[in-house]
Design a protein around this ligand. Structure first.
Ligand code: CAA
Length: 389
């Protein structure tokens, strides 16, 4: 092709509530420095009962639709690992809430936190086939671990919407990709559980092995050398993981894992994730949003993107930041979404966690709690009913 393909617009949304790590540490007695410094987290987004992956996905995509319309979008991919239905794609509710025309294919993609990157790559291939088309790729997740488990401090929730097109305004997605897959049980969630299971330390080792494996494949496929990258967006289950990941990459490349070099490569990518928490599929794209919306002018620079999904699949690829990208960013809206969350104390968070949606099939209205533009109004005949709030 003689045209670039990549991310034309990027928008994210999160929940209406926030639990701070200061509040969590007051409850469980953990030294706050373990959270702020050890894992690099300050707060986590918490959904109200009428918020879920659909309401967040629609809220993330609505501004994209408002700016670009829906005429050219013929595919909508929604990636999640916290699906609301075993059969129906959550993206169909989003298609309906945002008033898309019927001539669209809608599908859900799953592979732990990696799914949205698969969606992005599928989208670039579709646009390559027909550069007149656009593809909407949404990542949306609510991460939940057992109460009082080590994972609890790494919960979070968010959705990102990427509009993929030819001649993108923000970031061109480059070839090649480095790929790495192997069967490990570092983190998983059986169908009968609402919280994830994790082998904590093993999951960190599995992630770091995947950094090494994906980079080696990227290099073998003819990718850029390390020195050509200005910054690196890593999947951030908690933000300290990005620093560990970059140290691993430097080691893989035979470079000294010098603290200043790691800081320079990663520090500008963590601002949203440290206050939103782990948003699984959306996490790496929140890192990209933070980087693009930061102070540095990245015009023409290469950014490394490392997407990791437990279980496990990983991909390393590069993006080129496009001239004029700053005019298309949504930093003010993103900061406002993070800032307007209402703080909850530990008992209120715990109460929310204990409330589950009714499963008896009768009609149940849910209380209006969200501040967002869409809500889950209730459950009727085992069907989820959504509405504009
Ligand atoms: N001051 C400063 N730092 C402190 C501290 C203090 N008072 N106390 C502890 N720390 C540091 C520790 O030294 C440690 O740092 P290093 O990792 O650099 O050694 C860090 O804080 C965490 O401490 P622990 O290892 O003792 O923490 P833990 O055992 O309670 O749990 C965890 C950590 C395993 C990451 C846990 O939060 C967890 O299970 N999280 C969920 C799984 C996860 O996120 N895995 C990441 C890779 S898998 C993935 O990426 C997919 C995904 O999205 C889940």
């Amino acid at each position: 092709t003689d045209y670039a393909i990549g991310i034309h617009d990027l928008s994210f949304s999160t929940t209406s509530l926030v639990l701070s790590h200061a509040e969590l540490s007051r409850h469980n007695g953990t030294d706050l420095a373990k959270y702020h410094v050890g894992i690099g987290q300050r707060a986590m987004s918490v959904p109200t009962l009428d918020e879920d992956i659909v309401t967040m996905a629609a809220a993330a995509a609505a501004p994209v639709v408002e700016r670009h319309g829906t005429d050219r979008v013929r595919t909508l991919v929604l990636a999640t690992e916290t699906a609301v239905d075993q059969s129906k794609a959550a993206g169909i509710y989003v298609h309906s809430l945002l008033g898309f025309h019927p001539n669209v294919r809608v599908v859900e993609v799953k592979q732990a936190c990696y799914g949205a990157t698969a969606g992005l790559q599928f989208a670039t291939a579709l646009v390559h086939r027909d550069p007149g088309q656009q593809v909407l790729v949404i990542a949306s997740d609510v991460s939940r671990y057992d109460l009082d488990s080590p994972g609890e401090a790494t919960q979070g929730a968010a959705a990102t919407a990427l509009l993929v097109s030819a001649n993108p305004a923000l970031v061109e997605i480059d070839r090649p990709s480095g790929l790495f897959t192997s069967d490990v049980m570092d983190f998983w969630r059986p169908n009968y559980r609402s919280t994830a299971l994790v082998n904590g330390k093993e999951s960190i080792a599995a992630y770091l092995e995947a950094v090494d494996g994906a980079w080696r494949d990227y290099s073998a496929q003819g990718g850029l050398p390390l020195k050509d990258f200005r910054a690196f967006c890593y999947h951030q289950p908690y933000t300290r993981m990005a620093f560990k990941a970059h140290r691993q990459l430097l080691e893989t490349c035979g470079e000294a894992p010098d603290d200043a070099a790691v800081e320079h490569a990663v520090a500008a990518t963590t601002g949203y994730n440290e206050t939103v928490g782990n948003s699984y599929t959306a996490s790496m794209y929140l890192a990209l949003a933070a980087l693009l919306e930061g102070e540095d002018d990245l015009t023409g620079e290469s950014v490394g993107l490392f997407s990791y999904g437990s279980g496990r699949v990983a991909e390393f690829f590069a993006g080129h930041v496009r001239p004029g990208y700053r005019e298309h960013l949504r930093g003010d809206a993103h900061r406002a979404a993070v800032d307007r969350r209402r703080p909850v104390d530990y008992p209120a968070y715990r109460e929310l966690r204990e409330q589950t949606l009714p499963t008896d099939g009768r009609w149940h209205d849910l209380p209006h709690q969200t501040q967002g533009p869409f809500r889950l109004a209730g459950i009727r005949d085992h069907q989820r009913v959504y509405e504009a709030a």
